[in-house]
Design a protein around this ligand. Structure first.
Ligand SMILES: Nc1ncnc2c1ncn2[C@@H]1O[C@H](COP(=O)(O)OP(=O)(O)O)[C@@H](O)[C@H]1O
Ligand SMILES: [Mg+2]
Length: 293
């Protein structure tokens, strides 16, 4: 794994990896385990997890509920340290929360007392090195935030407060907030999970187009195999807890993709294969399970 061979621990005075570049950051997990709580008896969320993601690659992660998908995202972002193994991003071993990342979750948390545009600008106000120049660059930042809001269909809503927006609009704003500092890594944990099917499908198109602009590396957790196939270059399937990668498939569909592409043979076959793989493993896990007390 080349990324790991090159990886070294981050130093305090290092510039944030990937800053100023439009390229995505490579990500690697090597033999990673994570146990929550007690070192002996705590929940083993991930075990023997191996994953290498190329710079600019879009990877979707699917797997049963509770298998460790969100845990994997927290490991990559540096929010949780690995109990075993090594995680590296942009050639640096992750030892603390990383700065080059943009994140969006199923339930976007916005500051209710700030207008939508100010919520979108928040990462620039908080994260080094942007915050030093936040006032100086205010005009340019605001123009960028407005342009992003327009891209996601929120033109004219920047002065609204979050509580004046629908769930779909909040998720659009949350995507803008994740992208405002042009991160080289984007972590999306079921971002469209709470939305209705039409909004979700529309946002697939929006996300694809935003990704194609700058090609950050993306990890997308989803339960929706169609979403995974529409958006990703690769789909990886995780086993039930303790989670590890059990299946890894490339999505050979040209870009930009359209909803109609999901009805083509390649996509239908791939969705079918992924579903079979997940069902097969769920069955295995059930059969292999020790009888309860
Ligand atoms: N902070 C925590 N403390 C203890 N156990 C946790 C914590 N977070 C998650 N878990 C447990 O770890 C396992 C994996 O959780 P998670 O990564 O959230 O799964 P997923 O996102 O795939 O649904 C689950 O069994 C969950 O209950
Ligand atoms: Mg989760």
């Amino acid at each position: 794994m080349n990324e790991l061979a090159r990886a070294r621990p981050a130093e305090d005075d290092d510039p944030p990896a990937g800053s100023g570049s439009s390229a995505g950051a490579p990500v690697a997990l090597r033999n990673v385990a994570l146990r929550y709580g007690d070192p002996e008896t705590g929940t083993l969320a991930l075990k023997d997890t191996e994953l290498a993601i190329e710079a600019g690659e879009f990877v979707a992660i699917v797997g049963p509920s509770g298998c460790g998908k969100s845990t994997l995202m927290k490991l990559v972002s540096g929010l949780n340290p690995a109990t075993e193994g090594v995680v590296s991003v942009a050639g640096e071993i992750v030892t603390r929360p990383i700065k080059i990342v943009g994140m969006a979750f199923q339930n976007p948390t916005m500051l209710p007392w700030r207008r939508t545009i100010d919520n979108v600008l928040l990462p620039l106000k908080i994260v080094r090195p942007y915050r030093e120049n936040f006032r100086r660059d205010r005009e340019r930042n605001t123009a960028r935030a407005e342009a992003l809001l327009r891209r996601v269909g929120l033109h004219g809503f920047s002065r609204q407060f979050p509580w004046q927006l629908s769930g779909g609009m909040l998720q659009r704003a949350s995507l803008c907030r994740a992208l405002i500092h042009e991160p080289s890594l984007l972590l999306l944990d079921e971002p469209f999970g709470a939305l209705d099917a039409f909004t979700r499908e529309e946002l697939w198109g929006v996300l694809q187009s935003l990704w194609m602009d700058r090609r950050p590396t993306v990890l997308l957790v989803t339960h929706d195999l169609r979403e995974a196939v529409y958006l990703a270059d690769r789909v990886v399937v995780m086993s039930a807890r303790p989670g590890r990668i059990i299946f890894d498939r490339r999505v050979d569909l040209p870009r930009p993709r359209a909803l109609d592409d999901l009805f083509r043979d390649t996509a239908v076959q791939l969705i079918h294969d992924l579903r079979a793989r997940i069902e097969h493993f769920q069955l295995d896990e059930t059969v292999g399970e020790a009888p309860g007390p």
